[in-house]
Design a protein around this ligand. Structure first.
Ligand code: FES
Length: 101
């Protein structure tokens, strides 16, 4: 496997007035994850990238981390460090952000 973990961050943009992560700082989240992973030297093994709709729009801004398949919702820019420290490095699920479908 090329990457140990993959973070897919929804940046889907809708023009029909429906809620979408693209209008709720989805792209800024991608940039923040990329920067922090790089700053911590984790970007070789951990990949963060933009994704289309994850079908979790009501919980947005949303992302999913593989291989665990854990979805996080209502992710704000100030959650980026917490997700990297607790989940990516620490291997713990962050219960207050986890989406329970
Ligand atoms: S628009 Fe982001 S999950 Fe659907």
């Amino acid at each position: 496997m090329r990457f140990k973990k993959h973070i897919f961050i929804c940046t889907n943009q809708r023009d029909n007035g429906k809620r979408c992560c693209g209008q709720e700082h989805g792209l800024a989240l991608v940039a923040a994850f990329k920067k922090e992973l790089k700053d911590k030297g984790l970007n070789v093994e951990i990949r963060a990238q933009r994704a289309g709709c994850l079908d979790a729009c009501d919980f947005g801004p949303s992302l999913v981390i593989y291989p665990e398949g854990i979805y996080y919702g209502n992710v704000q820019l100030n959650h980026v460090s917490e997700i990297i420290e607790q989940h990516i490095i620490g291997g713990k699920t962050i219960e207050h952000l986890k989406i329970n479908f």
